[in-house]
Design a protein around this ligand. Structure first.
Ligand code: NDP
Length: 497
C-alpha cells in the first residue's frame, strides 16, 4: 500500500515507517514498525538484559554510560545533521541540545551510586535495637516515550536516569524522529554490545500504547498533556507508574530593575528557539509598566532580525501550523496587536517571528500552548500582578524572571517546576537540578537526585541488633510493657510545644 506523502509527515508503507524532512520532504530514513507482538518481544529481551545490566553494579554501568557519552560527543556533528534532516532545526541548535543531553548522561553515571546505593540509616528511639539499611533498586524494564521537538535531550534525560539506576530501557521515539531515536540506540549498542539494554520500537501512537501495556515496570512519558492522559489510562490497567513531562505555557516576568537588553535577548531566544516548539519555551512575557515600552522595542528589534529558513527552522509537525495560525488570528480578533509578524506570519512550513501586545487574558495565545515562534508581551502594574497572571494557567512547567532586588523572591512565587533568574531555559541542561512540572505540565522528575530516584524503588531492610527494651510487638508482652510504652511516648512526644 502506498500512502500520499506530505513533507515532514511520516508514513507507513508495508510495515516500514518512512521519515521525511519537514521543509524539503527529503527522506530521512526507513525503520520497521513494531506491532504489539514486536513490542512484547523487545520488552522480553529487555527483561533478560536488565538482569545482566543490574549485575554490573553502579561502577560497571558508570563506565559504560561514560563510554556512550564520549562516543556521542565524538559524533556530535553527525547527530546534529540527523536532527536537522528529521526536524528541520538548525544544526547549531541540535548541538546546544546535545550539550544538555551529555550533561545528564555524565551526571547520572557519576552520581547514581551516591544517590541510590546502599546506606545505613540512623536508629530511632522507639526501635533503637534495630539498624536500618536503605537502597534503591531498579524497576527492571522502563519504557521511555519521547516527543519530536527535542529528540535528543528529552529522551536522554529519562534514559540516562533509568540506565544509571540499573534498568533496561525500551524507547519509543516520536514518529517524527525515529531515525534519530534509532541512532541513539545503535550508538549505545556500540559501547554495550553484550545485551540489548537499550532498544527502540517504532511506529505511531499505537506502538506507544502497546509499550504501556507490554509489562514494563514504569513509563517515562514526554509529550502533550492530551497524550499523557491516554498513556496514564493505559498504564492504569496494570498499575504501571508513570513520570509525565507534558506541555507548558511558560511566562517570563520583567521587573523594574531588570537589565532590559539581557531580558529582551532572553525573551527572543526563549520564545523563538526551535521555532518556538519548546515545552519550556517562553510564550508569555509580563513586563512592569516602567520598563514595558523599552522592553517591547528591544524585543522587536532583536526578533525582527531572525530569518525563517535560517535561525527559524520549519514547523516540524505540519498540523501545528493550523494551531499557530488560529492562536494569532484569535489574539488579533480579540483586540491584540502584532508589533512584529502577525496575520501573515504563517507561511508553511515556516512561521515568521511574531510579537503580540495587548492580547486579552482569555485569548488562546495566553491560555493554550501555541508551540510556534510567537510571544505575547503584557504590561502589568507591578511584580504582584505579573505573578498572578503568570500563575493563571493550568500548566506549570518552567519560567523566567529578570530583575535584581526581588528576582529570586518572584521566582519562588511562580507555580512551576523550574525558574531561570536572569536567563531562560538554562535549567534543562544542569545535571543536578530536577526537571518537571505541576498541574497540566505533569508530575515526577527527571534529572538530578530526584530524577534518579524516579527510576528506582526504595528497599528498606531493618535488622534487629539486640533485645527490645519495650517488647510490645510480641504476644509475650504484658500490661507493664504497654504502660512502659505509654510512659515513653508521653516523655518523648507528649509535652505541649
Ligand atoms: P505527543 O503527545 O503527540 O507525542 C508524544 C509521544 O507519545 C510520541 O512518541 C507519540 O507517538 C506517543 N504517543 C501518541 N499517542 C500515544 C498513545 N495513545 N499511547 C502512548 N504513546 C502515544 O507530543 P509531541 O510529540 O507532539 O510533542 C510535543 C509536546 O510535548 C508538547 O506539548 C510539548 O510541550 C511537550 N513536551 C514536554 C516536555 C517536558 O519535558 N515537559 C519536553 C518536550 C516536549 P507518535 O509521535 O508516533 O504519535
Amino acid at each position: 500500500m502506498t500512502a500520499t506523502r506530505v513533507p515532514g509527515v511520516p508514513v507507513i508503507e508495508d510495515g516500514v515507517m518512512i521519515s521525511t524532512n519537514p521543509a524539503t520532504g527529503a527522506e530521512a530514513g526507513r525503520l520497521p514498525v513494531s506491532d504489539q507482538a514486536a513490542v512484547g518481544a523487545a520488552v522480553a529481551r529487555a527483561r533478560e538484559a536488565a538482569q545482566w545490566w543490574q549485575s554490573l553494579g553502579f561502577d560497571g554501568r558508570r563506565e559504560r554510560l561514560l563510554r556512550w557519552r564520549s562516543l556521542i560527543v565524538r559524533r556530535i556533528t553527525e547527530l546534529a545533521q540527523i536532527s536537522k534532516l528529521e526536524t528541520g532545526k538548525p544544526e547549531a541548535d541540535a548541538i546546544v541540545e546535545t550539550a544538555a543531553a551529555i550533561e545528564h548522561l555524565d551526571w547520572s553515571a557519576k552520581n547514581a551510586k551516591r544517590v541510590l546505593g546502599p546506606r545505613r540509616t540512623r536508629s530511632r528511639v522507639l526501635t533503637v535495637e534495630h539498624g536500618g539499611h536503605l537502597e534503591y533498586l531498579p524497576y527492571g524494564v522502563v519504557g521511555v516515550i519521547g516527543p519530536w521537538n527535542y529528540p535528543i535531550v528529552t529522551p536522554i534525560g529519562p534514559i540516562s536516569g533509568a540506565l544509571a539506576a540499573g534498568n533496561a530501557v525500551v524507547f519509543k521515539p516520536s514518529e517524527y524522529t525515529p531515525v534519530l531515536g534509532q541512532w541513539l540506540v545503535d550508538t549505545f549498542a556500540e559501547v554495550v554490545p553484550e545485551h540489548p539494554v537499550l532498544q527502540a520500537v517504532h511506529g505511531m501512537g499505537d506502538t506507544g500504547a502497546a509499550l504501556c501495556r507490554s509489562g514494563v515496570a514504569k513509563i517515562a512519558f514526554t509529550g502533550s498533556t492530551a497524550t499523557a492522559k491516554k498513556v496514564m489510562a493505559a498504564c492504569a490497567e496494570n498499575l504501571v507508574p508513570t513520570v509525565i513531562e507534558a506541555g507548558g505555557k511558560d511566562a517570563m516576568i520583567v521587573d523594574a530593575d531588570a537589565d532590559i537588553a539581557a531580558a529582551a535577548d532572553a525573551a527572543v531566544w526563549g520564545s523563538m528557539t526551535n521555532a518556538g516548539q519548546t515545552c519550556i519555551g517562553i510564550e508569555r512575557v509580563y513586563a512592569v509598566a516602567p520598563v514595558y515600552d523599552a522592553f517591547v522595542e528591544a524585543v522587536v528589534e532583536r526578533a525582527g532580525k531572525l530569518r525563517t529558513g535560517a535561525e527559524i527552522g520549519p514547523i516540524t509537525m505540519p498540523k501545528q501550523l493550523d494551531i499557530i495560525r488560529e492562536h494569532i488570528d484569535d489574539a488579533l480578533a480579540k483586540g491584540g496587536r502584532a508589533v512584529l509578524g502577525g496575520a501573515s506570519a504563517v507561511q508553511p512550513p515556516y512561521v515568521a517571528p511574531t510579537v503580540l501586545v495587548d492580547v486579552p487574558d482569555h485569548s488562546l495565545e495566553i491560555r493554550d500552548e501555541t508551540f510556534g515562534p510567537t510571544v505575547t508581551i503584557t504590561k502589568v502594574a507591578d511584580a504582584d500582578e505579573a505573578v498572578r497572571k503568570a500563575n493563571d494557567t493550568a500548566y506549570g512547567l518552567g519560567g523566567s524572571v529578570f530583575g535584581k532586588r526581588d528576582a529570586v523572591r518572584i521566582a519562588r512565587r511562580l507555580r512551576s517546576g523550574m525558574v531561570a533568574v536572569n536567563s531562560t531555559l538554562t535549567f534543562v541542561g544542569v545535571g543536578n537540578l530536577p526537571f518537571g512540572g505541576t498541574g497540566d505540565s505533569g508530575f515526577g522528575r527527571i534529572h538530578g537526585d530526584d530524577g534518579l530516584r524516579e527510576f528506582a524503588r526504595a528497599k528498606s531492610i531493618l535488622v534487629r541488633r539486640g533485645p527490645s527494651a519495650i517488647p510490645v510487638q510480641s504476644y509475650g508482652r504484658t500490661p507493664k510493657h504497654i504502660a512502659a510504652l505509654i510512659k515513653t511516648l508521653r516523655l518523648l512526644y507528649g509535652r505541649r510545644t
